[in-house]
Design a protein around this ligand. Structure first.
Ligand code: G3I
Length: 304
């Protein structure tokens, strides 16, 4: 097939991108989006600061623009993110204890209810584990409400939207290390105790300091073996030319080799759309031209 989405669909997978609402008026951007992608993740518009800027007052206009565009063009939506230590509105940053816990549960419930039936998968909890060798939870105001905050968020999301897949999403968990071991243990525990979890997202932000791990496929596979889907949720890889292209192909091949790796999302369309202030980590250049990384990704999808 000749597009990322159609090529991924040959093996039953999706190929997605992060989308920013304020770029939906950019014809080049929308042209590539509609041609290439079958899944969309709002880059910022569903986060807590965007959807509940004042406690109890919900604003969905920007998120709705993305959801409506996706659905009108036959794309599905990954919701991102219901509970996260970052990008909280100021009022939530100033809460703690039971007040914060109640606010979090209400937020998860309200947003998941508002989008009930329209979201393929939710990143219910994002980035809850610490970097480094401890395997500990990340310290945050949410973590300080009690270690059960993650499972409470998953149960609230399930109750609000029983058909959405519920994911845990994180970075630096792409290979086997202390952080991914800790997430693995949590997922294993959730499955054993019946806490609703359907998928694990591997953000996969790669650069020279954090390259595509040698055991990427093995790590995806061990999570899949727990009985969850795995998804590559925020892929970008610093570099250029054939080296970058080879790395993208490696990521695609790893996913295709794991039957429960059901889709890949890149974190933006053109290099100029990337959250990385400088650099060229995506599949299209600033003018919207296909890069060698695009061709390598397409070819790898087609050989799957
Ligand atoms: O919307 C405001 C605007 O009103 C203001 O004038 C401007 C000035 O700074 O900031 C704008 O907000 C920015 C927002 O992006 C929208 O552009 C924030 O400052 C900026 O921090 C925010 O960055 C986002 C970042 O998450 C925040 O943590 C990136 O776009 C987004 O790509 C990035 O995505 C995260 C995932 O959610 C989770 N995993 C890591 C990934 C990369 O950091």
């Amino acid at each position: 097939a000749t597009t990322l989405g159609a090529s991924a669909a040959q093996t039953g997978r999706y190929f997605g991108t992060a989308v920013a609402a304020n770029k939906l008026s950019d014809a080049t951007y929308v042209g590539i989006l509609n041609r290439e992608f079958t899944m969309v993740t709002p880059e910022n518009e569903m986060k807590w600061d965007a959807t509940e800027p004042t406690q109890g007052q919900f604003t969905y206009a920007n998120a709705d623009r993305i959801v409506n565009h996706a659905r009108a063009n036959g794309m599905r939506v990954r919701g991102h993110a219901l509970a996260w230590h970052s990008q909280q509105p100021g009022w939530a940053q100033n809460l703690s204890g039971t007040a914060l816990r109640s606010a979090m549960v209400n937020h998860v419930t309200q947003v998941a209810t508002y989008y009930r039936g329209k979201i393929y998968a939710w990143d219910v909890v994002n980035e809850a584990f610490a970097d480094g060798g401890t395997g500990a939870r990340r310290d945050s105001n949410l973590q300080r409400t009690g270690n059960d905050w993650i499972e409470v968020a998953f149960r609230a999301a399930r109750a609000a939207d029983p058909t959405a897949k519920l994911c845990y999403n994180d970075y630096n968990t792409d290979g086997q290390n202390a952080k991914s071991n800790a997430v693995y243990a949590m997922v294993q525990d959730f499955k054993a105790r019946g806490v609703p979890i359907d998928c694990v997202g591997f953000q996969s932000h790669f650069n020279s300091a954090s390259p595509v791990p040698a055991d990427y496929q093995a790590n995806l596979q061990r999570f899949a073996n727990l009985g969850v889907d795995v998804q590559i949720t925020e892929l970008d890889i610093e570099g250029s030319g054939s080296a970058q292209a080879d790395n993208y192909a490696r990521v695609v091949r790893a996913c295709l080799a794991v039957s429960r790796c059901i889709g890949i999302t890149v974190w933006g369309i053109r290099d100029t759309d990337s959250w990385r202030a400088s650099g060229t980590p995506l599949l299209f250049d600033g003018s919207g031209n296909k890069k060698p990384a695009y061709t390598a990704t397409l070819d790898a999808l087609n050989s799957g």
